[in-house]
Design a protein around this ligand. Structure first.
Ligand SMILES: Cc1cc2nc3c(=O)[nH]c(=O)nc-3n(C[C@H](O)[C@H](O)[C@H](O)COP(=O)(O)O)c2cc1C
Length: 436
């Protein structure tokens, strides 16, 4: 979106966004709290599942290597590597990343290639259990911690679908530790215990009605996340960053969502999320990437989009505003911790000014970009010197998400068309043949 158009929309809608012309502030180094690590600048690439790890051994393929080399060349201080399953039944599908003792050397080569492009970049791997979005091969094989009716309806799942028992959950911290130790061996600078978007760890946070030690009161619902952070922290050398991508609010009505008011309205209530972040900090987690919603239920909350299907039920700027200002409330509650913010890709050409304003006003420490980095991987180098190229900007058209939904390698069919347009066309053909 052009700056003029955005300014008009902001004025007409009464939106509140930070803003600064001081773009060099985006190049300010950022020290990650509780560590000796300083990022080269205040820009990050968000994790984005790529859907193209090798079927035989889950190792990175050529397109993955290309994607991450491009990210590294772009110059962001931090690359948050995509969702990486901690065990076989935790995978979102058969081409999701998963580090194993057999393929760890291939991941090591990938990290080396990233660091060859930019020796100063830090790379964090997102460790995950896909929970209700797990698949065996490409067939749904949900692992659920409780029956969330709105999410069950979307999958769909019958009311008698089995829920995992406490013994299963008791074993998960070990799985995260195994993966974290392998990730360290591969050379990643840090690990993320993923706790967002209604995957297993995030889903458990709203298990208000689950009986036993993992359900009911906050202490029980947060137990697995906190135990996992403690276990991972104590298993890794002290120079490894322990971080989490946390959902500030599921934006689903109570009793199905975490971080929502108990009156059933669809809004944020940060009481429990703030408590969780404080408890995670006490267990040794010092870097947080903030997000909200889930792509499977309310994608407009998670990644506001301008074009494509489904149509957003709210003006996209409302979603961007919510994400930026809610993150600022979290930062305000924990000024000593380091936070990565999301929601900026939609703002296109105007995003550097909003990002600079957010950093200058202390609303966030690091600004992350997801979709923008797929279509315009050089954006970090360009935006900080005021050379953002509108023709390379993200259209927020949703085609990258469609590729992931269609189990295809993920990239931008519009701006990186040589590689991804044929893949996208193939997906459309497959869908047309299947009558979808
Ligand atoms: C194709 C695609 C894959 C994604 N995969 C992940 C993922 O692996 N882990 C995650 O936490 N978020 C994932 N996301 C969400 C992004 O990290 C990001 O939060 C979201 O796109 C909003 O940022 P943006 O507006 O800059 O794109 C994905 C988004 C897209 C479009």
């Amino acid at each position: 979106m052009t700056t003029d158009k955005l300014e008009k929309e902001i004025a007409a809608g009464g939106y509140k966004f930070p803003r600064s012309e001081n773009l060099p502030v985006l190049l300010s180094p950022v020290k990650i709290s509780g560590t000796n690590v300083t990022l080269e600048n205040s820009l990050a690439v968000h994790p984005m599942e790529g859907g193209d790890f090798a079927l035989e051994d889950n190792s990175p393929t050529e397109t993955i290597v290309r994607r991450y080399r491009r990210f590294a060349r772009g110059g962001a201080g931090l690359i948050w590597f995509e969702a990486t399953a901690v065990q076989e039944d935790a995978r979102s599908f058969d081409r999701q990343a998963m580090i194993t003792p057999e393929n760890v050397d291939a991941y090591k080569r990938l990290v080396e290639q990233i660091k060859t492009e930019n020796p100063n970049v830090k790379v964090i791997v997102q460790l995950t259990h896909s929970g209700r979005y797990s698949k065996r091969g490409r067939k749904p094989a949900p692992v659920i911690t409780h029956h969330s009716l709105p999410l069950n309806d979307r999958l769909p799942l019958p009311p008698d679908y089995p829920v995992v028992d406490d013994d299963y959950l008791d074993r998960l911290p070990e799985a995260f530790v195994r993966s974290a130790v392998l990730a360290r061996k591969a050379g990643f600078d840090g690990v993320d215990i993923k706790c967002c978007h209604c995957y297993l760890y995030a889903e458990l946070l709203s298990a208000y009605q689950r009986p036993g030690k993992y359900g009911g009161p906050y202490e029980n619902r947060a137990r697995l996340t906190l135990d996992t952070i403690s276990a991972v922290r104590s298993a890794l050398p002290s120079d490894t960053i322990v971080s989490s991508r946390v959902g500030m609010s599921d934006m689903m009505p109570y009793p199905w969502g975490f971080g929502v008011p108990t009156d059933g309205s669809v809004a944020c209530d940060l009481t429990e999320p703030l408590r969780l972040i404080g408890d995670m900090r006490d267990r040794g987690c010092t870097l947080f990437s903030l997000t909200m919603g889930t792509p499977y239920y309310n994608p407009h909350v998670n990644r506001p989009y301008g074009k494509g299907v489904p149509t957003s039920p709210e003006p996209p700027l409302r979603g961007v505003e919510r994400m930026i200002n809610t993150s600022a409330q979290v930062k305000n509650a924990y000024p000593e911790l380091t936070f990565v913010g999301a929601g900026y890709s939609y703002l296109g050409e105007s995003s550097p000014y909003v990002a600079a304003g957010a950093i200058e006003d202390g609303m966030i420490d690091i600004v992350g970009y997801g979709r923008m980095s797929l279509c315009y991987p050089d954006f970090p180098r360009d935006i900080a010197v005021g050379k953002f190229d509108r023709k390379k900007s993200c259209l927020t058209c949703g085609k990258c998400s469609q590729l992931l939904g269609g189990f295809r390698p993920v990239g931008c069919p519009v701006r990186d068309s040589e590689i991804y347009l044929p893949i996208y066309q193939d997906l459309l053909k497959e869908r047309a043949e299947a009558g979808k």
